[in-house]
Design a protein around this ligand. Structure first.
Ligand code: SAM
Ligand code: F3S
Length: 485
């Protein structure tokens, strides 16, 4: 968007007082994103939207910014408190210029609503994960009241207007070879420890054709890999044009047929939604990576019942066994909660045993954090915090050993790598990702960006691998102009 003329036409189109609008249009937008990949996806959408409506461009520093948005996470107390600590730093910033705007979105906004404004009266807009498409109008309203009354009223909208948001977002844009595509929103599982169903609403799937249109648009921009996103992505049930309903397996079938898309990931999944169709997709779809992120939370059936996960540890193991029958080299990752109320040593040992048995490759583990309004928050809990910390430490030691073992097992193997960018270490080196999502650095050429190359792994470091290219099956296919080179 070119600055002056488009800024003027935007000002004419906008229902905001011109003096404040002039300073905002064409200005800088700083977005601070916390939490999950759904939030990362939403932040990208907010940036696209505000570029289209207000000509805002993304910046990295407070000095360059005119609008600051915090896209927040409330899954654990620490994540939530971080937001309030961060907000404190922006009061002075806002006072420096009359048109500056502060917005809080995401799950903390959804859960706390007006309370945010009580704790931080200088916040202008508060929006939820399902109302981010209304952000441009909310910013206009906030600036409008400020111009008339000298002081802005907070504009708050944290409702759940079904899936309207996707109809109002800007056209998909991607600057890389891999892109997130949100296919469903919310969660209807109501695990007793989790706030997500309350902050993001019930499960709602995007229509099948809408998702495919988004993937096609991304493929036309050079995207080779899509990561289908949802809090419970394997619960996807998208309406099709003929009235039928597609599940995630059918969606992946259609995505793989889109020209240019050669790698498919999906995250995050619930064990109870791992249907045979999805398990069989590992046999039928070569584009589906040999990686599965399947949270279990605990290896103890007693704790799983208290968490209302509605499955047994054995059922989870059986899913993994079936997927591994199709993909013996499957890289498995999970989420674990340590110290759920009343977790005994025996419960904890059941988790350790399950991890030892299944062999994970990178996982997330957390100490249980009571969340207001969730059923587990009122359960009695007599496990001291230092015991919980020791258990978490022991679990993480085991998980780290398994990750290292997985990396070391890759040494000497040839991995198919999607080349993403120049390596951060040297301009002679390129960086890409394996199917199991490991970063690999190798000597290569810039023309490889956007293609798959075969790399023999020589070394496993803590956060990455090193190797050498042994084959370039797609030589000549690269389109580096898509990636801003
Ligand atoms: N859909 C996924 C599933 O099937 O479990 C989970 C999505 S949830 C937002 C991401 C992870 O956050 C969970 O798997 C859980 O491990 C963690 N989590 C959620 N609530 C938590 C809490 N109250 N305390 C600690 N960890 C929590
Ligand atoms: Fe949370 Fe359980 Fe849903 S962990 S996101 S309520 S599957």
């Amino acid at each position: 968007m070119t600055q002056t003329s488009s800024a003027e036409s935007l000002i004419n189109d906008l229902a905001i007082p011109t003096d404040l609008a002039k300073s905002l249009v064409g200005g800088g937008l700083l977005i601070k994103t916390y939490g999950c990949q759904m939030n990362e996806y939403d932040s990208e959408k907010m940036a696209n939207l505000l570029e289209n409506t207000h000509g805002l461009r993304l910046v990295d520093s407070a000095e360059e910014a005119d609008v600051v948005l915090m896209n927040t996470c409330s899954v654990r107390e620490k994540a939530q408190e971080k937001v309030f600590d961060e907000l404190g730093k922006w009061k002075k910033w806002k006072a420096e210029k009359p048109h500056r705007v502060i917005g809080v979105g995401g799950c903390v906004a959804s859960q706390e609503g007006k309370v945010i404004r009580k704790r931080a009266p200088y916040v202008d807009v508060i929006f939820g994960p399902q109302t981010l498409h209304r952000l441009p109008a909310m910013i206009n309203d906030a600036l409008g009241t400020r111009s008339v009354h000298g002081k802005a009223k907070a504009v708050i909208d944290i409702s759940f207007p079904e899936i309207e948001k996707f109809d109002h977002l800007a056209k998909p844009e991607s600057s890389g070879v891999s892109a997130f595509v949100s296919v469903m929103e919310g969660c209807s599982k109501y695990c007793t420890f989790c706030v997500v169903p309350y902050t993001r609403g019930e499960e709602v799937s995007r229509p099948f054709d809408d998702v495919l249109a988004e993937v096609r648009a991304l493929a036309a921009q050079g995207v080779r890999e899509v990561n289908l996103l949802g809090q419970n992505v394997n619960a996807y049930r998208g309406k099709m044009a003929d009235g039928d309903v597609a599940d995630l397996a059918l969606l992946m079938q259609a995505v793989r047929n889109i020209e240019g898309i050669d790698r498919i990931r999906f995250t995050t999944s619930h064990p109870n939604e791992m249907s045979n169709n999805i398990i069989n997709a590992y046999a039928e779809l070569p584009e589906l990576v040999s990686h599965l992120h399947l949270p279990i939370q605990s290896g103890s059936d007693r704790i799983l019942a208290l968490m209302k996960r509605n499955h047994l540890a054995l059922e989870y193991k059986s899913i993994i066994r079936k997927v591994r029958a199709h993909r013996p080299n499957l890289s498995l990752s999970g989420d674990f909660i340590i110290g759920f109320p009343g977790e005994t040593q025996a419960d904890f040992e059941a988790t350790m045993k399950l991890v030892e048995e299944l062999k994970y490759d990178r996982s997330f583990s957390f100490i249980y954090s009571p969340r207001p309004g969730t059923p587990a928050a009122s359960l009695p809990d007599d496990v001291p915090m230092d015991v919980k910390k020791q258990r978490l430490y022991a679990l993480q030691e085991l998980l780290n050993q398994q990750t290292l073992a997985h990396s070391e097992a890759l040494i000497g193997t040839v991995q198919r790598v999607l080349v993403e960018r120049l390596s951060r270490k040297s301009d002679r080196e390129m960086a890409g990702r394996t199917e199991c999502n490991r970063v690999v650095n190798f000597v290569g050429d810039i023309d490889m960006i956007g293609t798959f190359v075969d790399v023999k792994i020589h070394e496993a470091l803590t956060n990455s691998l090193r190797g050498e290219v042994v084959a370039t099956p797609e030589a000549g296919l690269a389109t580096p102009q898509f990636y801003g080179l």
